[in-house]
Design a protein around this ligand. Structure first.
Ligand code: F6R
Length: 243
């Protein structure tokens, strides 16, 4: 696992955008794995800027998002589908037919998860996976547990995750308690991973991430054995690391 420390969130986002740009430049038909949440918002802003400057072309790019809330459809402003359209896809030249997110309202969830996993394989796998990390070490919505799933599956969200993510919901009662998420195996199969971590509230999380141990109690710890994973931190997130 390589660690890159940037001065602040803006610099972190710019660095991440260059990583994406390099992948797209090398292979215009590449497949990107994308995340939602607060952390990648700066990256998406930078990508839109690069697109407006004519420095990146998404016309042949395919994307797979990590996860979607169970029960929310794409018109729902809290759905991750809506989030991705609003924060990235509506502002770049990507073909929306090539943007995939698990269907949160699928009747047959098991089949939806199987199909999603299969589709990632059919598209040749993920070239670059963008990740954020939860306060409990989750990646995607793979929550700490005795066992972790390899493939896309339905996950019950922990209290901690429900609390952290409730900031996005004006009506907390309506917040889904389950999500469809890529599994640990789906993520680990990505050829390259960039994990973005920002802010002083994530400093403890960073310390645990680089602990040198792997545990299902902290799912992101598995990234330590990926052979091309770069963790991009800002100085606040890196505050508890030994220099
Ligand atoms: C989002 C996702 C989650 C988030 C994580 C961090 O698609 O898969 O793992 O990356 O919950 O969220 P933020 O960035 O809001 O702290």
């Amino acid at each position: 696992m390589k660690i890159v420390i940037k001065k602040d969130y803006v610099e972190l986002s710019k660095f991440a955008a260059l990583e994406v740009k390099n992948i797209v430049e090398d292979n215009p038909n590449c497949t990107l794995g994308l995340a939602t949440g607060s952390t990648p918002l700066g990256l998406y802003k930078e990508l839109i800027k690069l697109y407006n400057l004519g420095e990146i072309n998404f016309s042949s790019v395919t994307t797979f998002n990590l996860d979607e809330y169970r029960g929310l459809n794409e018109e729902d402003e809290q759905s991750y589908k809506y989030f991705m359209n609003d924060n990235l896809f509506n502002h770049i030249n990507i073909d929306k037919n090539n943007t995939f997110i698990p269907n949160g309202i699928a009747e047959d969830v098991e089949r939806e998860c199987e199909n999603y996993e299969k589709l990632i394989g059919e598209k040749g796998g993920i070239d670059l996976q963008v990740l954020g990390i939860g306060m409990n070490g989750h990646i995607g919505f793979n929550e700490p547990n005795q066992e972790l799933y390899l493939n896309t599956h339905l996950e019950t969200l922990t209290e901690e995750t429900l609390n952290s993510n409730s900031i996005f919901f004006t009506n907390k009662e309506k917040m889904p308690t389950e999500a469809l998420t890529m599994g640990i195996g789906s993520i680990m199969k990505a050829k390259k991973i960039i994990l973005l971590i920002s802010g002083k509230n994530k400093a403890e999380v960073v310390k645990k991430l680089v602990s040198g141990k792997i545990t299902t109690d902290f799912p992101a710890s598995i990234l330590q054995v990926h052979n091309d994973c770069t963790v991009i931190l800002d100085e606040e997130a890196a505050a508890l690391l030994n220099k």
